[in-house]
Ligand binder design. Structure first.
Ligand SMILES: Nc1ncnc2c1ncn2[C@@H]1O[C@H](COP(=O)(O)OP(=O)(O)OP(=O)(O)O)[C@@H](O)[C@H]1O
Length: 364
């Protein structure tokens, strides 16, 4: 069932169009991640949903009730929506307990018990409750911000880059803990992030934003394997984009004849995408490339740059498949990112194989 529905949301600031018409549907209890380059409108969208800004036009519906639809807007504190901002936005002069209990009535029955329970829920030691925000680490402050938002028992939680201040290890464990916590509580979440891996692992729906509107919305798998265009493809990971001639439902490329996945338009000349993990490099003796097996494709490694977990490897094709399109670009090295420990060294001869299907990208 749909909890949040956005239709045609627009917002300008003077000459700047922050949102150019956004449509989105968020199901109850689900997780949506919004990714996109800096300045594309992500924070503006969250602020509109939370009620800190009003749209110029379009509508925001929560549970089929309008929160904003041109005629008027429900104030932020009556929306039942939690927002955790990038910096946590804690009140510096209040204790941690007072921060968490900010939205609870000062004299509400069971206030202290509720604060202790919320601290426990987000994994904060109760010994920290008397401290001020500046006496906590960045990760602990984020937990306080989350506890404060949870105190209002929201149906929808908006997270604006809440993990960005944390280091890699803590970031992953916090993300997992928050996802589990929100899921257990049945709270739908919209997460804004710059980090594509975070978006793909956190969400069951990912929306890629560009210049104030969504380029594509879908499951993580759909967006990763079937991106609409090159921008979406490259935003969500490394992409090998190859010019191709589409013949009989196959793509003739510099890597040979590749089967296509089942969707999308198929112009005669197109660009197709493979993910680097679909390209296998197998080190072979140079003599084999001099006398290639029929249909086999060989290359020479011309660059290999080690960067820990991954290495960037550039391969120049030695023999190219027999198609005009492939021959035209055979001299352009293929650049792949490979597992650092498996990456071949400069000068090595590799046999190149591809697995899976290629995906046709829309022009543009
Ligand atoms: N209050 C404001 N007044 C004027 N312009 C604004 C205001 N808020 C946002 N903008 C502009 O609107 C556009 C979208 O900004 P927004 O903060 O939503 O982007 P973002 O995708 O969240 O960026 P980032 O990833 O860098 O946080 C930007 O061009 C920004 O400069």
């Amino acid at each position: 069932m749909s909890l949040l529905e956005l239709h045609g949301l627009k917002k300008t600031y003077g000459p700047v169009t922050a949102l150019a018409g956004v449509d989105l549907s968020v199901a109850s209890g689900s997780r949506t991640a919004i990714v996109g380059p800096s300045g594309c409108g992500k924070t503006t969208l969250l602020r509109l949903i939370a009620g800190f800004e009003t749209p110029d036009s379009g509508s925001i519906m929560l549970d089929d009730k309008p929160l904003a639809n041109g005629a008027g807007a429900v104030p932020a504190h009556l929306r039942g929506i939690g927002l955790v901002a990038q910096d946590g936005a804690l009140f510096p002069h209040l204790s941690i307990a007072e921060n968490i209990g900010f939205g609870l009535g000062r004299h509400a029955a069971g206030r202290n018990e509720r604060i202790t329970e919320l601290a426990y829920t987000v994994g904060l030691d109760s010994a920290l409750l008397k401290r001020r925000p500046h006496q906590l680490s960045g990760g602990q402050q984020q937990r306080v911000a989350l506890a404060r938002a949870l105190a209002m028992r929201p149906r929808l939680m908006l997270l604006d880059e809440p993990f960005s201040a944390l280091d890699t290890g803590l970031r992953a464990s916090m993300r997992k803990a928050v996802a589990e916590l929100l899921e257990t509580a049945g709270i739908a979440t919209v997460l804004v992030t710059h980090d594509q891996a975070e978006a793909l692992s956190f969400a069951d729906q990912v929306a890629v934003m560009r210049e104030g509107s969504f380029s594509q919305v879908g499951t993580p798998r759909e967006l990763y394997l079937k991106p609409r265009d090159r921008m979406v493809a490259e935003f969500l990971g490394e992409a090998l984009v190859l010019p191709a001639m589409i013949v009989d439902g196959f793509a003739e490329t510099t890597l040979g004849r590749l089967p296509l996945d089942g969707s999308g338009e198929r112009p005669a000349l197109a660009r197709v995408m493979l993910r680097p993990e679909q390209v296998m490099l197998e080190i072979r003796p140079a003599t084999e490339a001099a006398d290639p097996q029929a249909g086999a494709l060989y290359g020479e490694v011309v660059e290999s740059e080690f960067a820990g977990a991954t290495s960037t490897v550039a391969v120049r094709l030695i023999n190219s498949p027999d198609s005009p399109e492939a021959a035209a670009i055979a001299n352009t090295p293929l650049v792949l990112r490979k597992s650092g420990i498996e990456a071949p060294a400069v000068g090595e001869i590799v046999r190149i194989r591809t697995i899976g299907t290629a995906h046709v990208l829309a022009a543009g």
